[in-house]
Design a protein around this ligand. Structure first.
Ligand code: FES
Ligand SMILES: [Fe+2]
Length: 416
C-alpha cells in the first residue's frame, strides 16, 4: 500500500459515539476505498465468488472479482478448485476475458503466454527468439512466472477465496449460527436458474447497510406493505454473530394479527391504499421450510448475501468498483428435484427482486439517493440508534443492530 494513503488518512477519526455514527467520508473517500482493498478484501476475509455447481467438471471456470481485483476460479484436471488473479505475469493484461466456460489452458490475448488451470505458466511464444535472435535470456524460468494464486475453500456448495494463505477454516469464519442458515437453504442439490447484474451509483457499503436494514423494508418498499407481505409487526428477528459482520434477519408470514395497530397509528403511506393484485398468481407459492420462515436474509462479511424471499432463492455478491460504483451479481437457483410447477413459481416470484424487482428496485435507487445526499459533507455522520446503541441479536426487527454490527467489524478490519 502506498504510504501516502495511510498518511493522508492520519487525520481520520471515527466519531467518539462509536458504531451509532457513521462518518460520510467512508462513502466518498478514494483513500479509504484503497485501504479497504488491502485491509478487507485482500485481508483476512473469505470472499464469496460463486457456487460449486458453476464449476462442476474439470476445466470449468468462471471469472469474478475479489474487491475490484479480477480473478479466475477453475476446476483443474484433477478436480480441485483453484483460483488466481486474472493478470498476466508478462505485462499485466487480463488473461481470461470470458465470463465462464470449460478449458484447461488460458492464453493471454496480448502475446499469447499460456497458463494451465492451476495458473502455472506453460508456454511463451518466441521464448528462444527467431533464427537465434531475440527471445528470453538464458536464465528465464517459466516456473518463476506463474499467475498469483489465491486460497480456495468451499462450504456446502458455496465457493470462497482469500488472498491470505493463513486463514481460519470457513466453518470457523462463518460460525455455527451462520452455517445453520446456509445448511437450511442449501439443504439438497441445487439447480441454477439465472443471473442478474446490477450497477449501482453508490458506495458498496451503502448497499451492505441496506441489506442489513430490516427497518426500511415495509417503509421504503410500497409493494411489500401494500400487499401485506412484510410488516415489522410480523414475527421475526435479527441475529448478529459475535463479530458483528454477519447477520440473519427473518420473518414469519401471517403472524401479525392484532399487532397491526402501529401501522394504522402511524398513518403510513403503505397502509393507506386498498389495492389488490389483479393477478394473484404473481405471489403464488408453496411453503417449503419447516420453520415457517418466509423471508430470511443473511449477510456474510464482506461480500455475500444469501436470500430466501418466499420461494425465491438467490445469492448476491457485492462488488466494489470505486468509491461511488458498485456491481451487484444476483444468482438465482432452485433445487434439482423441483417439479415444473415449482420451478415456474420460483421464476415468477423472482419478479419481486433484482434490478427491476417489484420489491427491491427501491434498494437500487436508495443507495444512490444517499450517495447524492452526503456528497459535500464528509465530516458529518449518520445516526444509527434504532433499537439501541449496541450490537446484539434481537427478537424483533425494529432495530439497526445488524448495521451497527457491520460497522463494528468494518472498523476492526480497517483499524479505524
Ligand atoms: S501481457 Fe500477457 S502475454 Fe503479454
Ligand atoms: Fe430493501
Amino acid at each position: 500500500m502506498n504510504a501516502s494513503v495511510t498518511e493522508r488518512l492520519s487525520d481520520f477519526q471515527w466519531p467518539t459515539e462509536g458504531v451509532t455514527r457513521v462518518p460520510y467520508r467512508v462513502f466518498l473517500d478514494r483513500d479509504i476505498y484503497e485501504l479497504e482493498q488491502e485491509r478487507l478484501y485482500r485481508g483476512q476475509t473469505w470472499n464469496f465468488v460463486g457456487l460449486e455447481i458453476e464449476l462442476a467438471q474439470p476445466g470449468d471456470f468462471k471469472t469474478n472479482f475479489v474487491g475490484d481485483t479480477p480473478i479466475v476460479v477453475t476446476r483443474d484436471k484433477e478436480g480441485n478448485l483453484r483460483s488466481f488473479v486474472n493478470r498476466c505475469a508478462h505485462r499485466g493484461s487480463m488473461v481470461c476475458l470470458e465470463n465462464s466456460g470449460n478449458r484447461l489452458s488460458f492464453s493471454c490475448p496480448y502475446h499469447l503466454w499460456s497458463y494451465d488451470s492451476t495458473g502455472a505458466l506453460r508456454g511463451v511464444p518466441f521464448q528462444h527468439g527467431i533464427s537465434g535472435k531475440g527471445g528470453m535470456e538464458e536464465g528465464f524460468r517459466m516456473s518463476e512466472h506463474s499467475l498469483q494464486t489465491l486460497n480456495v475453500t468451499t462450504y456446502n456448495g458455496l465457493v470462497f477465496v482469500s488472498f491470505q494463505q493463513d486463514m481460519p477454516s470457513i466453518e470457523t469464519y462463518l460460525g455455527q449460527r451462520m452455517r445453520e442458515n446456509i445448511d437450511r437453504v442449501f439443504n439438497r442439490p441445487i439447480q441454477l436458474l439465472g443471473y442478474n447484474h446490477q450497477y449501482l451509483q453508490n458506495n458498496w457499503k451503502l448497499y451492505f447497510e441496506n441489506v442489513k436494514d430490516s427497518y426500511h423494508a415495509s417503509l421504503l418498499h410500497l409493494f411489500f406493505a401494500t400487499f401485506g407481505l412484510n410488516r415489522l409487526s410480523q414475527k421475526g428477528g435479527i441475529e448478529v454473530d459475535e463479530t458483528g459482520g454477519h447477520h440473519i434477519s427473518f420473518t414469519k408470514m401471517n403472524t401479525d394479527e392484532g399487532r397491526e395497530g402501529e401501522y394504522q397509528k402511524s398513518n403510513l403511506r403503505s397502509y393507506q391504499s386498498k389495492f389488490t393484485l389483479e393477478d394473484e398468481s404473481l405471489l403464488a407459492g408453496r411453503p417449503e421450510f419447516d420453520d415457517g420462515v418466509t423471508l430470511a436474509i443473511q449477510t456474510i462479511f464482506p461480500n455475500l448475501v444469501v436470500q430466501q424471499i418466499y420461494n425465491t432463492l438467490a445469492v448476491r455478491q457485492i462488488v466494489p468498483k470505486g468509491p461511488s460504483e458498485t456491481e451487484l451479481i444476483w444468482t438465482y437457483f432452485g433445487y434439482a428435484d423441483d417439479d415444473d410447477t415449482m420451478r415456474n413459481i420460483r421464476v415468477k416470484q423472482s419478479n419481486l427482486i433484482g434490478p427491476a424487482g417489484l420489491i427491491s428496485m427501491e434498494d437500487g435507487a436508495i443507495g444512490e439517493i444517499v450517495q447524492k445526499g452526503v456528497i459535500r459533507d464528509e465530516d458529518q455522520s449518520s445516526f444509527v440508534e434504532m433499537g439501541g446503541t449496541g450490537v446484539e441479536s434481537q427478537e424483533h426487527r425494529v432495530t439497526e443492530t445488524s448495521i451497527r454490527g457491520f460497522w463494528q467489524q468494518y472498523r476492526a478490519f480497517m483499524n479505524f
